[in-house]
Write a protein that binds this ligand. Sequence first.
Ligand code: PMV
Length: 342
Amino acid sequence: MTLSREGKAFAPSNIALIKYWGKRDRALNLPITSSLSVTLGQLGTCTTLRERPLEFKGLCQYEGDHLYLGDTCVDPQTEFHRKATRFLSLSRPTPETRYELRTASNIPIAAGLASSASGFAALTLALNDLYQWNLSIPDLSRLARQGSGSACRSLEQGFVEWHAGSRADGMDSYGTRLEVTWPEFSIGIIVLSDQPKPISSRLAMERTRETSTLYQAWPTQVANDLARIRPALLAKDIETVGQVAEHNALSMHATLLSADPAILYSTPKTVEIYHTLWAFRQETGIPVYLTQDAGPNVKLITLAAYEARIESIFPTVHWVHPFEACSATNQQILTPILNKCP
Ligand code: PMV
């Protein structure tokens, strides 16, 4: 028995410089505020998608959509499986259609690195490839958003702003790329834990919105931060970009801490990194800043020229150059990644 033709795609992961925290519509993943991120170039998720004849079982022995992470069949009871199946149901040609989805991430580290963002963006692109929809970037972004909010910022490389929009149907809520190419821009990833998050970002957002009094200030803060960071990105002003991004991330974590019960993603090691980084910046004047998402891991924001000096305090840092991908043609980057796709 052979499976039907396949759709194949890669999408990069992304790290928010101005965070998305809080939904105005849970079903459509519509955010309360806009947000802005940078993609991680060649680090992300590769997905292969096929329609599966019902009698074809393969390694996964259950009914329904078959999901593989690398060579492993994903347990259908997991949140990952449920989210992927629900997402595929948005565009299933018939209620009986079942898929075989194979996904692999080349991000060298596991938790807290927006794997759901690259995962749903790659799945959206794989659907587009499988059914030859030829959708525009805004259409792809709107669809990916319904899998995971931050996925709508992973359809294009570089700095991407997700416009919150105001429409109830979400048609004005999607990501667009900023016209900036900044080859020296560097993200440093410091992995402290590869354990799953103690509380999902979805639940944490809900609790923050419902119980944190600090959250009332968040939309104004985001509007101010976006107004400052956009021109700083265009001017390639690393000091302002870093300061605004660090302040934004720490403010988001402050709203989490003031939720009831409190949500704290940082571990003692995370806080130790804050202190080491601030002391280093103070002493050396080197423009290096931090950001943190829904997990304990820390990401650094700096320029490639400072990497060696920063490694003296953080020897395990993994550097990513988001704009490396822009120096080659799309095909030169994509072909080797797609060839390694499962
Ligand atoms: O899209 P989600 O549900 O994985 O939420 C992402 C939340 C943060 O990573 C903390 C912030 C962001 O903008 O990516």
